[in-house]
Design a protein. Structure first.
Length: 133
C-alpha cells in the first residue's frame, strides 16, 4: 500500500492546527479567541479551517448551522512527516548530517545533543520491547 504523501502546512494553517491539537475540539470563534493579537478576521480563520478540512487535516461535527472542528491528523504524525521532509530535503536523509549542522551552527549544546541521544535510546528500547510482545 502506497504511503499517502503528507502536505506541508502554511504558517496560518499550522497556527490553527496548534490550537486544535491543544483544544481537541473547537468552534471557529474559540480558535480565534486563542490566536495572538493582532487577531485575524473571523472569516479568515473560517477559510483556513475549511482549507484544512479539504486537505484532510480537520473534520467537523455539525450542531445545526454551527460546526465544531477537530484534528484528523495527530500532532506527532504531522511532526514526523515534516521532520522526515526536512531530513530528506536538507540533510540527504541523514540524522548524522542534521546533528552535525546543529553542532556546527552552535544552535544545539552538547548537553542537548546528549539529551537527544538519550531520548533516541529510550525510543529504540521501547520499540524493541513492543516487538518482543
Amino acid at each position: 500500500m502506497a504511503k499517502k504523501e503528507q502536505r506541508e502546512l502554511t504558517h496560518a494553517e499550522l497556527e490553527v492546527m496548534q490550537i486544535l491539537w491543544e483544544k481537541k475540539r473547537a468552534l471557529v470563534r474559540e480558535v480565534l479567541d486563542e490566536m495572538p493579537e493582532p487577531k485575524p478576521a473571523y472569516n479568515t480563520v473560517s477559510t483556513v479551517i475549511r482549507v484544512l478540512e479539504k486537505k484532510g487535516f480537520v473534520g467537523h461535527k455539525a450542531f445545526g448551522t454551527t460546526y465544531q472542528y477537530f484534528p484528523l491528523v495527530r500532532r506527532k504524525e504531522y511532526t514526523k512527516g515534516f521532520m522526515d521532509s526536512v531530513m530528506s530535503n536538507f540533510f540527504g536523509g541523514s540524522i548524522h548530517q542534521m546533528l552535525s549542522f546543529f553542532n556546527d551552527t552552535k544552535s544545539v549544546s552538547i548537553g542537548e545533543l546528549e539529551e537527544i541521544i538519550g531520548l533516541m535510546k529510550e525510543e529504540n528500547k521501547a520499540e524493541k520491547d513492543m516487538d518482543k510482545k
